[in-house]
Design a protein around this ligand. Structure first.
Ligand SMILES: NC(=O)c1ccc[n+]([C@@H]2O[C@H](COP(=O)([O-])OP(=O)(O)OC[C@H]3O[C@@H](n4cnc5c(N)ncnc54)[C@H](O)[C@@H]3O)[C@@H](O)[C@H]2O)c1
Length: 377
């Protein structure tokens, strides 16, 4: 192994850059494997404060100027979703590997073009599906691999925040983020589910979206903590509830190849307790991931097994620990010592689900993925 030291630049200096990417790169830096050479953000204050906070030598308000002048060999794209494609392609064309926050795109054709650009450039394009390294999904993946579930055919997945509208940045605005809770929470659970089930092709989505609670404004209790951010680690943008233009609740069902149905519910606001559910059933057994339970017959007995997961990994309990494992993994992928865990065909499948969901919600019908431009061709 060459132990190359990567010169990393970051585009978008908001919450995830400061709370997850910078601490992860700091871990690589301690081992002499990477350093951040520049950051860029259209908000000068965010770029400058991030550079000062982490001792980064250069900051820019024009990401293209940064790419041209700094010529980084790795770029992490941490902007709102709508700008992922533009900056990922610009960075690939500037000769960098790209780690792009999820979702890398909102339309299948856009994601396809992004991977084509990566192929053309001979560089890695990586979707930050960090949740694959979270303790619950790591556990579920291992249970699936052990063969205890058998062939999966039904899943019930939900990530409910009762009042957890992200208010620190651009999440709540369609023109910048493209979508709301489905893009934010749903993408993680759908990606993890498809991954652990061997990436069955998404065939159709039927869904609905609502914004009835966020629109009430004065009745909505805003809690940054409940929305998954960490206070004090970044430069927030003031929140204006009148700007809210995405969904606070996304619910529906998805058909996967092999007679596999998935019910889902992803919310930033719902009159239900905050909770996660991840239930997966196959012909041999069933898994309740969040309760760490396995339902399976033992001989002629029905058994309910409480599983113990010992998270003895080095960053257990650390905020955004999954990003740290992911960075280490991507470094190893680039150095050829590990096979990539998040594969382009898996990311394309997730983006197909996103596009089909929003179209279904808008058109009030089930949308088949064959209807999406260029699907799996
Ligand atoms: N993997 C995860 O667990 C996870 C968690 C949270 C957020 N995210 C993703 O990270 C991305 C950013 O989320 P965040 O919470 O940091 O949001 P944020 O609003 O805090 O940060 C985004 C930053 O990008 C800047 N920006 C906006 N438009 C830009 C442009 N055109 N060019 C350059 N910079 C621009 C903003 O000024 C802001 O500082 C989103 O795609 C989100 O889905 C991923």
């Amino acid at each position: 192994m060459s132990n190359k030291k990567y010169r990393i630049a970051i585009i978008g200096c908001g919450m995830i850059c400061n709370a997850a990417h910078m601490p992860s790169i700091t871990e690589l830096k301690k081992k002499g494997l990477a350093e951040v050479v520049a950051v860029a953000d259209i908000r000068e204050q965010a770029a400058r404060e991030t550079a000062e906070r982490w001792g980064i030598p250069a900051w820019y308000t024009d990401p293209q100027q940064m790419l041209d002048e700094v010529k980084p060999d790795w770029v992490s794209v941490c902007t709102p979703n709508v700008y992922h494609k533009q900056w990922s392609i610009a960075a690939l064309r500037a000769g960098a590997h790209v780690m792009c926050e999820k979702p890398i795109a909102l339309k299948y054709q856009d994601a396809k073009e992004m991977f084509e650009e990566a192929d053309k450039a001979g560089k890695l394009l990586w979707a930050c599906q960090s949740r694959r390294w979270s303790a619950d999904m790591d556990f579920a993946y291992m249970a699936m691999r052990e063969g205890d579930i058998g062939k999966p055919y039904f899943a019930d997945i939900s990530f409910v925040r009762r009042f957890g509208i992200p208010t620190w940045g651009f999440f709540h605005m369609k023109e910048h983020n493209g979508g709301g809770s489905f893009c934010d929470l749903g993408v993680h659970f759908i990606d993890a589910l498809l991954w652990m089930c061997g990436n069955p092709r998404v065939q159709a989505v039927s869904g609905m979206e609502t914004d009835v609670i966020a629109k009430k404004k004065e009745d909505v209790m805003i809690s940054i903590k409940e929305s998954g951010a960490y206070i004090g680690t970044f430069t927030p943008r003031p929140y204006d509830p009148d700007e809210f233009s995405v969904e606070e609740c996304a619910a529906g069902s998805m058909r996967l190849e092999g007679n596999f149905l998935v019910n889902f519910k992803f919310t930033w606001a719902l009159n239900q307790p905050t909770a996660k559910h991840f239930i997966l059933c196959g012909d041999k057994g069933g898994l309740d991931v969040e309760q760490f339970k396995l339902y399976k017959n033992v001989g002629r007995f029905q058994a309910e097994t409480e599983l113990k997961y010992f998270d003895n990994r080095p960053f257990a309990g650390v905020a955004f620990d999954a990003h740290r494992y992911m960075y280490e993994h991507v470094y190893n992928v680039l150095e050829g010592s590990e096979e990539r865990r998040v594969k382009p065909e898996e990311t394309l499948n997730v983006v197909a689900a996103i596009e089909a969901f929003y179209r279904s919600a808008e058109e009030n019908r089930e949308v088949r993925t064959e209807e999406l431009g260029g699907y799996l061709k």
